[in-house]
Design a protein around this ligand. Sequence first.
Ligand SMILES: Nc1ncnc2c1ncn2[C@@H]1O[C@H](COP(=O)(O)OP(=O)(O)OP(=O)(O)O)[C@@H](O)[C@H]1O
Length: 379
Amino acid sequence: MIRLENLTKHFEVPGKEPVIAANNVSMDVGKGEICIFLGPSGCGKTTALKMINKLIPKTSGKIYIDGKDTDDLDPITLRRKIGYVIQQIGLFPNMTIEDNICVVPDLLKMDKQKSREKARDLMEMVNLDATIFLKRYPRELSGGQQQRIGVIRALAADPPVMLMDEPFGAIDPINRAVIQDEFLKLNAELGKTVLFVSHDIDEAIKMGDKIAIFREGILEQCDTPDEILANPANRFVKDFVGTDRALKRLKLISVSEAIMPFRMAVQSDEPLDKVAEKMRSHNAHIAVMVGPRGRAQGYITKEEIRGDQSGIVNEYIDPIPGTIHENDSLHDAVSQMYSHASDWLPVVDDDGAYKGYLTQHTIASLLGEVPRKRGDTIT
Ligand SMILES: Nc1ncnc2c1ncn2[C@@H]1O[C@H](COP(=O)(O)OP(=O)(O)OP(=O)(O)O)[C@@H](O)[C@H]1O
């Protein structure tokens, strides 16, 4: 969808060497992908972005959108295909929110009624009550609400490409997380191709299908967040993503990916010798007692039934250490494990039914910290 080929920008500075803000940058971003431009201040993220909609003229190289060389498009035609969102928002203070949102569709002489209907739909999608807000002026909205309008305005003319320059940078952390989630949900429906400048690695991991890491105009690595965290291309990328990159990866992996292959579910009246045999054959350290509606009710360990195996499960059961939902992240799971001082957790579905369990050991294996060995259990 978007292809940069040896994109280069030299800023001439009188009496000095030119500043090389982009140095032979090449990358591909697929249709519907969100690519985050990340890197320290002054590395060239904004310059790269602004060359794409010709706000900054490039020195050399090529930019293709949908296979079309943008050299062949005049800036106005090009910008109609591209929504642009900036940190400063830039709503017109003397226009209502509705007119602000519809500014580009109106300029393009698109059907007024349709564009107003679209504005309403987009407002609902980011949880803003259209009846309340459309007739207001920008000063009557909070910063976070104005930024949502900035995003909606960029989407109003339905451009296939969105350029976003630190769009949520000025919003407080709690509202930023909310607006990031809203944007991800919105774009899952709209499927725009998005280039997004950020200097926040956590935002990049959360939002990006890909992350492009820049240093002094050079693209150091462009890959999926997981690949960047697991295999940084060089020392710079490794230092930039941080010493806690293994912990950051936990946010990218869901509990369902780390669940043990055997559920190890047992009934309250099951004889212990049978349970011991089941645990041995699956090399499991624990078994979970499941009751009505498939709920996990307690657990039993191999140690507890090592000696006497004459009773039934119910006589040896310990209370479960909380539960974790299958769609939660491993980051949530580890956090729960620490708060319950437990090295395992039962996994449940939407109805609270027991699905299986996961252990700290499997999580560590999954992250490649220790060799992965399926069927291994808590130690
Ligand atoms: N008009 C200009 N003239 C000269 N140098 C410029 C100009 N615009 C940007 N630069 C330089 O180009 C380099 C890249 O700037 P750019 O704004 O693209 O960085 P950035 O990664 O977006 O930074 P930040 O995160 O601080 O916004 C910097 O060294 C900057 O000083």
